[in-house]
Design a binder for this molecule. Structure first.
Ligand code: HEM
Length: 224
C-alpha cells in the first residue's frame, strides 16, 4: 500500500475543514452580532424613541392633556429601554460565545484554534510555488481580517460588560463614558468587517468555486 495515501494532507486539513464547535460558534456568533446590529437599527432608526417626543405630545394634546417635554421623554424612554433590554440579553449571550471561543483557543485541539489555522495559512503562503502565491496570499489576507474581527469582538464584549455593570462596579462607572465611545466606534469597524467578509465569501464562491459556505455549514474538508 502506498503509505502517502493514508496520510492526511497536513497543510490542507487544518485550513479547509471546519469542526462542529467552530461551525456552531460561527453561525451563533453571526446571528448574535446581526441581532445586536438590529437592536441598534431599531434604537436609532426604526423606533427612534427620542424623535417621537413631539408625536406623544400631539397625541395627548388631542385628549386635552398637556405633556411637558420632560414627561413625554420619560414615556419614550420606556420604548428605548425595552430595546436596550434586548441588546443586553443578546450582548450577554454574545459574551458567553466569546468566552467559549477563548476557551477553545486556549484549550481546544489545534484544528479548532484560530492561531494554529492562521499560522498554517501563513506557512502555506511562505512555501507556495510562485504560481500559487496569489491564491495563498488571498487566503492569508482573509484570515488576517478574521484576526481583526476577533479584536473588535473582544473590545465589544469588554466595553459592553462595562456598560452593563457600571451601576454595580465603581471602576466601570468611572470609565463608562470612554467605554461607550469605544463601543460605538467599534460597531462601525464590525459593520465594515461584515461587508468585507460577505463580499469576500461571495467572491470566493463565485470566482473560485471554493464551496466555502457549504464547508462552514457541513464541515467537509475540500478535496484539493
Ligand atoms: C456586535 C456587537 C455589538 C454592537 C454592534 C453594539 C452596539 C452598541 C451601540 C451602538 C451602543 C450605543 C452606544 C452609544 O450610546 O454611543 C450600544 C450600547 C450598549 N451596549 Fe452594545 N453592542 C454590541 C455588543 C454588546 C455586548 C456584547 C454587550 C454586553 C455584554 C453590550 C451592551 C451594551 C450596553 C449595556 C449598552 C448601553 C445601553 C444603554 O445606554 O442603556 N453590547 N451597543
Amino acid at each position: 500500500m502506498n503509505p502517502t495515501s493514508t496520510l492526511a494532507p497536513v497543510t490542507h486539513a487544518p485550513i479547509n475543514d471546519y469542526s462542529a464547535p467552530v461551525r456552531i460558534w460561527h453561525w451563533g456568533n453571526a446571528l448574535l452580532v446581526s441581532g445586536q446590529l438590529l437592536t441598534i437599527l431599531f434604537q436609532r432608526v426604526i423606533v427612534n424613541a427620542r424623535s417621537a417626543v413631539p408625536e406623544f405630545q400631539e397625541t395627548m394634546a388631542k385628549e386635552n392633556i398637556a405633556l411637558t417635554e420632560k414627561q413625554a421623554r420619560s414615556l419614550t424612554h420606556i420604548l428605548s429601554e425595552r430595546i436596550w433590554e434586548w441588546h443586553i440579553y443578546l450582548g450577554l449571550a454574545l459574551a458567553a460565545f466569546w468566552l467559549f471561543r477563548v476557551i477553545l483557543e486556549l484549550r481546544g485541539p489545534s484544528e479548532m484554534r484560530f492561531s494554529s489555522r492562521l499560522m498554517a495559512v501563513a506557512r502555506r503562503y511562505r512555501l507556495a510555488a510562485p504560481a500559487d502565491k496569489g491564491d495563498a496570499g488571498v487566503a492569508l489576507y482573509a484570515r488576517s481580517t478574521y484576526a481583526l474581527f476577533y479584536v473588535f469582538l473582544t473590545v465589544m464584549v469588554i466595553t459592553g460588560i462595562i456598560l452593563t455593570y457600571h451601576n454595580e462596579v465603581a471602576f466601570f462607572d468611572q470609565i463608562e463614558h470612554t467605554a461607550e465611545e469605544i463601543h460605538n466606534v467599534t460597531m462601525y469597524l464590525i459593520i465594515a468587517f461584515f461587508v468585507v467578509h460577505v463580499v469576500g465569501v461571495v467572491w470566493s464562491e463565485v470566482v473560485k468555486k471554493s464551496g466555502l459556505t457549504s464547508r462552514m455549514i457541513g464541515g467537509d474538508a475540500r478535496k484539493d
